[in-house]
Design a protein around this ligand. Structure first.
Ligand code: NAD
Length: 260
């Protein structure tokens, strides 16, 4: 039980990677808040965690809405007493060549990833500072925090930007024991990825099998998808790490797609 006694707020936890992290954190003893704009799905995840013996609540939160973020963090503190761990994970993808990319889609993607990370980090850092117990802030980056791919300009730009935010949080947070790190997964077969396989096939004029082998997994060392479990393991390791020795870093979990 590596997170016994801890409280975690995880955005985008109604699905995919966030849901996996919420379930794994709860199994490690943390009380978890599922913060998602899809509140129905969030409540189902919270109920499932409860049935499995964990402690979870769900809040409706659009991470681009400052009032909703502050209200969700306040509700978590009301219910659980504090927030020790933030996983800023909510995200989306948009596939388009730069020359056809609508400004509105560019702004929407940057808002979900960057505004969302800023607003949740600010609200949780303020709480962590006031509580005086330190904390861990994890931002969900991507292999696309390190490399670029065609058709993903706003996503790649935002994911690179998260590295900068985590570094500033590491430096400013150190004074009150707040650490910050970025998890950078390769492709994991979540709804976000399943949706873009046919989209990329259509935009590139290739088959879905070719999108998987020639685009998504082309540069991995073994042609394998990263798994939900791989990212859950990484999120537990980073949240449970006991000191400021590991802060301001990014951990790439991508089957060697990006090699540092
Ligand atoms: P997903 O689509 O399965 O889940 C995303 C969740 O975020 C959904 O529950 C959705 O309702 C929620 N969400 C979207 N916009 C929101 C908003 N504005 N406010 C609150 N909630 C919102 O996606 P996923 O694959 O689990 O992705 C989670 C994170 O992991 C994203 O940041 C994504 O960029 C990142 N990531 C995913 C992969 C991958 O291969 N799946 C790889 C690298 C990074």
């Amino acid at each position: 039980m590596r997170l016994n006694g801890k409280t975690a707020l995880i955005t985008g936890a109604a699905s995919g990677l966030g849901k996996e992290i919420a379930q794994r954190y709860a199994a490690e003893g943390a009380k978890v808040c599922i913060a998602d704009m899809n509140i129905e799905a969030g409540r189902i995840v919270a109920d499932e965690i409860g049935v499995a013996g964990g402690v979870a609540m769900a809040v409706e939160m659009n991470v681009t809405d400052e009032e909703a973020v502050n209200a969700g963090v306040a509700a978590t503190v009301d219910a659980f007493g504090t927030v020790d761990i933030l996983v800023s994970n909510a995200g989306n993808q948009h596939i388009a060549p730069l020359t056809d990319l609508e400004f509105a889609d560019w702004k929407r993607l940057l808002a979900i990833h960057l505004d969302g990370a800023f607003l949740t980090t600010k609200a949780c850092m303020r709480q962590m500072k006031a509580a005086g117990n330190g904390g861990s802030i994890l931002l969900m980056g991507s292999a696309h925090s390190k490399v670029a791919s065609a058709l993903k300009a706003p996503y790649v730009t935002a994911k690179h930007g998260l590295l900068g935010l985590a570094r500033v949080v590491a430096i400013e947070g150190a004074a009150y024991g707040v650490r910050s790190n970025v998890i950078c997964p390769g492709f994991v077969r979540t709804p976000l990825v399943e949706k873009q396989i046919p989209e990329q096939a259509s935009t590139l004029g290739i088959t879905e099998e070719q999108v998987i082998s020639d685009v998504m997994l082309k540069d991995t060392v073994d042609g394998e998808f990263t798994t939900l479990e791989d990212i859950g393991d990484t999120a537990i390791f980073l949240a449970a790490f006991p000191s400021n020795a590991l802060t301001g870093q990014s951990v790439v979990v991508s089957h060697g797609w990006y090699v540092e």
